[in-house]
Design a protein around this ligand. Structure first.
Ligand code: 3AM
Length: 179
């Protein structure tokens, strides 16, 4: 089938968006690390995954959006330190992560998981570990950096993304705080 809109399934996930100026700052800082392993995630794809849905029938997307719109939101924008680099060996990724996940973020992820149960999305067996992926196929130790990461992700919305051929497209978004 050539017409993308007639694809029966889309690969979807919820995430916090990374604002453009932060994407740029993180990408510049990453360049300065002069990493010698892995594939850099394109800066335009930087995000913080909340919940991976996997392949979803296109006919379900409307109901998924309705359910996401009813999720209890924190009521304030989320601010999240990205101040640690970690290598997750099994996944082969280098990530930025917070030393501690804010409770409002954990509550949002739990609420999303609950809201998605009727759609066959199982509760994540592993504990949610917030992260922003910098590199894939990364097979080296955590790089030493003269400039430790000191980023603060500022998110005022959560987004339903479609992942298609390595690119992410925002399908819908919801504010984290009332307008
Ligand atoms: O960029 P990160 O790593 O946060 O790793 C995938 C990516 O998140 C994750 O969903 C995001 C968009 O592709 N992902 C892909 N397959 C997954 C799976 N089977 C998955 N997360 C959990 N289970």
């Amino acid at each position: 089938m050539t017409d993308e809109s007639r694809e029966p399934f889309k690969r979807l996930f919820f995430a916090l968006n990374c604002p453009p100026e932060q994407r740029k700052a993180i990408a510049q800082w990453r360049s300065a690390l002069e990493l010698r392993s892995g594939r850099p995630v394109p800066a335009e794809n930087f995000h913080l995954t909340l919940l991976f849905l996997g392949a979803v029938g296109v006919a379900q997307i409307g109901e998924i959006c309705t359910a996401a719109g009813k999720v209890h939101i924190p009521g304030v924008p989320l601010r999240l330190a990205l101040d640690r680099m970690e290598v997750w060996r099994r996944a082969g990724v280098l990530v930025l992560a917070p030393e501690q996940a804010p409770p409002e973020l954990l509550r949002l992820v739990y609420a999303l998981e609950q809201a998605m149960l009727p759609f066959g999305v199982e509760e994540t067996p592993k504990a949610f570990r917030p992260h922003l992926t910098l590199m894939r196929d990364y097979r080296m130790p955590v790089p030493e950096s003269a400039m430790p990461p000191e980023f603060f992700l500022r998110a005022d919305r959560f987004v339903l993304f479609e992942s298609h051929k390595g690119r992410y497209r925002a399908l819908a978004e919801w504010p984290l705080a009332p307008a």
